[in-house]
Ligand binder design. Structure first.
Ligand code: TRP
Length: 334
């Protein structure tokens, strides 16, 4: 008999415009997981309402997240790729879990405190219970693994707390969700200005987006920080040069990298040539993804079908869990 696959769940905020860091840091992880696990990947459109009550751009943002992830290799035939708002059981489980989540522990959450500071005039209850909604997303599918970055560790810890609290109070329904990543393959993609990683919020000229056009990619790469080159043979590289070689390792051939390594070690390197080569290899890497994204976005009917199919799979799993939840809670009166 075929072994039942373990369940993986993760949510992606519809903030649009993925960059190279998201690709090598997160999406590649998802694409690998879809082969080994039963995956539920969700666009967290409801979570975005906690900070962005204006929904004018929500639809376009949701479409973009779907298109970008699919263009990067996420396969809606292999995984359940769905929108949070299409799964109504999420709201029901969220309500039950809210009865077990204490104001004190929610107020202590780092992300809550950050958001209160950033936006003191909109401290709504949804913001406070953000981790409860996230818990509902995860345990609704009785997921065991949650591929997320470091910034989500506290939320995941709370998900474990709430799941255990439910089990303790009403009986064992939920496994304890754990963080998951393929450690070795998680690459931190450095930004082009030599400071930190590529990021949505910081220096946009130092971040390569999957939506950047060819000229923009070239322009950004050519502006990457370098210097006049080493003066002594075989000297260690300064950080910002290390970073450029790391970017090369993502998209250039081994021969190209070796050639520039040798030039560096013999002090004959010309950073202008290196950046031109890197820019062309980046264009060759990003352009096909960008074109795929555009094609997917053009096909609204296709997007609708993808969302429907995802919702169908997620709803099936949600219905099974909620039957157990209502039973465990004693809410089955007939
Ligand atoms: N809070 C997550 C983020 O900001 C998004 C998210 C929502 C999520 N629901 C989730 C992540 C469930 C993992 C599991 O990125």
């Amino acid at each position: 008999m075929e072994k039942k696959k373990e369940i993986v769940m993760s949510g992606i905020r519809p903030t649009g415009f993925l960059h190279l860091g998201n690709y090598f840091g997160a999406i590649r992880n998802y694409v690998k997981m879809q082969e080994e696990f039963e995956c539920f990947f969700m666009v967290a459109d409801l979570h975005s309402l906690t900070t962005h009550p204006d929904t004018k751009e929500l639809k376009a943002n949701v479409h973009r997240v779907l298109a970008e992830n699919i263009a990067c290799g996420l396969d809606p035939d292999k995984v359940a790729f769905y929108c949070q708002s299409h799964i109504h059981e999420t709201a029901e489980l969220y309500l039950y879990l809210n009865m077990m989540a204490y104001k004190g522990e929610l107020e202590k959450t780092t992300t809550f405190k950050d958001k209160v500071r950033q936006n003191p005039e909109n401290v709504n209850a949804g913001l406070l219970t953000y981790p409860v909604l996230q818990t509902a997303d995860i345990i609704l599918h009785r997921a065991k693994y949650v591929p997320v970055g470091k910034d989500q560790e506290q939320h995941l810890e709370m998900a474990r707390t709430f799941a255990n609290r439910f089990n303790h109070r009403y009986g064992d329904v939920f496994p304890e969700p754990q963080a998951f990543n393929y450690n070795q393959s998680l690459v931190k993609v450095p930004s082009l200005d030599g400071a930190g990683k590529m990021s949505k919020s910081e220096n946009q000229m130092a971040t390569l987006y999957l939506a950047d056009n060819d000229d923009m990619i070239r322009k950004k790469v050519m502006k990457a920080k370098t210097d006049s080159g080493p003066t002594e043979k075989n000297t260690p590289k300064p950080d910002y040069i290390e970073n450029i070689f790391l970017l090369m390792s993502l998209v250039c051939t081994p021969e190209t990298i070796q050639r520039f390594e040798e030039d560096y070690n013999s002090c004959t390197i010309r950073y202008g040539d290196l950046k031109k080569q890197l820019a062309e290899d980046m264009v060759n890497f990003i352009a096909p993804i960008r074109n795929k994204v555009d094609a997917i976005l053009q096909d609204e009917e296709g997007l609708k079908q993808i969302m429907q199919k995802g919702a169908e799979k997620a709803n099936k799993s949600a219905a099974e869990t909620m039957k157990q939840v209502r039973q465990a809670m004693g809410l089955n009166y007939f």
